[in-house]
Design a binder for this molecule. Structure first.
Ligand code: HEM
Length: 217
């Protein structure tokens, strides 16, 4: 049987970057829930002990934020709104019954919403996190601001957890997506079905590369 043509979707660096963010997120979300709800206090042990969790949670937060910035600067252009996003949004009922709609580029409208929601929550988490970070920074801020920052940090944390639950659900639902983020490549048929415009752009790039190589001899 003829092997299907594969298209590169993520380089090794991109995949390492994404899984660093994902790993940090899981430990941060669990330890954060552990700080927040007394019945979840045991989750603080994700970092070894509750004391270590108190120390490490903010540092992992910085690593997640900085790592996500790497993804942000790489992907923001692909996540800008376009007119085909309207087609996708208007036909969400079809999308939910597993039919692709519109001439989707590298990311569909749902993925774009996750992207912008994630960066918004992360900026709020980082800014409020610095204000409440004891013993390093909290002493520089007045108590009412620390209280406000605690509220913002909790709400943005819950917001990000909900966004990532949706992200993971969509990633496992669209068969082949996880392979893109683990092995880096997707079958041409997957690309053509889920991201037709991105597929055409990749084909054109490949054609141009082949042409340049042919000319170079
Ligand atoms: C925890 C488990 C996670 C899983 C299983 C997962 C899975 C995936 C998969 C399969 C893709 C590729 C989708 C595609 O190319 O069509 C992807 C892309 C992406 N993921 Fe995750 N992810 C996880 C966590 C996270 C976290 C915590 C964040 C951010 C806080 C994140 C942000 C992104 C972004 C920004 C993209 C690129 C899509 C875009 O720019 O719209 N992921 N993820």
């Amino acid at each position: 049987m003829k092997k299907e043509k594969m298209i590169q979707r993520y380089s090794l660096m991109e995949r390492l970057n994404h899984w660093t963010v994902a790993f940090c997120f899981v430990t941060l979300a669990l330890s954060g829930l552990g700080f927040f709800f007394p019945s979840f206090n045991w989750l603080m042990n994700i970092y070894g002990t509750p004391q270590l969790a108190r120390i490490l949670h903010p540092f992992f937060g910085v690593v997640m934020f900085v790592s996500f910035l790497g993804m942000f600067f790489r992907y923001w252009k692909h996540n800008l709104p376009e007119k085909d996003d309207l087609v996708w949004a208007k036909n969400i009922d079809k999308v939910l019954t597993n039919h692709e709609v519109g001439d989707t580029g590298r990311y569909n409208f749902g993925q774009k919403c996750v992207f912008w929601a994630a960066i918004s929550c992360l900026v709020l988490l980082m800014a409020s996190g610095v204000i409440i970070w004891r013993p390093w920074f909290a002493d520089f801020f007045p108590i009412p601001l620390i209280r406000l920052a605690l509220l913002v940090h909790s709400l943005a944390g819950i917001g990000l957890i909900l966004v990532i639950i949706m992200h993971v659900y969509a990633a496992t639902w669209a068969k082949g997506s996880i392979d893109a983020m683990t092995g880096g490549k997707v079958p041409a048929s997957w690309a053509k079905y889920h991201h037709p415009r991105w597929y055409r752009e990749e084909l054109a790039k490949q054609k141009q590369k082949d042409e340049d190589e042919r000319k170079a001899g």
